[in-house]
Design a protein around this ligand. Structure first.
Ligand SMILES: [Zn+2]
Length: 104
């Protein structure tokens, strides 16, 4: 489910001035805070406007970035843990461990 960010039009409440909530794509946007019932407005989620730029951003967002180094040889610049840094297409054991990064 996508995460939306809302901001209180007034002073806010124990949830904070702005808060994030996950809602199904199909649901109506909230008009009031579920916590205090004060009016809120939806603000553009930071997540949807910021594109990860650096390799470590990509990594922390769970992306895998491969840089071609040679014919059939890629460097996995976002390798984590036991992943191989170099992916040689001819060596399946060096393939990035994508399964470990796919989460729900
Ligand atoms: Zn509130």
């Amino acid at each position: 489910m996508p995460i939306y960010e809302y901001e209180h039009i007034g002073a806010g409440c124990p949830k904070g001035k702005s808060f994030e909530i996950s809602q199904p794509m199909s649901s109506e946007k909230l008009a009031v805070c579920p916590e205090c019932g004060e009016p809120v407005k939806r603000i553009i989620s930071l997540f949807s406007v910021s594109t990860p730029k650096t390799n470590s951003d990509l990594k922390s967002h769970g992306f895998t970035k491969l840089v071609r180094r040679d014919n059939g040889v890629y460097e996995n610049v976002t390798a984590t843990g036991k992943e191989s840094k170099i992916w040689d297409a001819r060596k399946p054991e060096t393939m990035p461990d994508l399964k470990s990064k796919i989460r729900d």
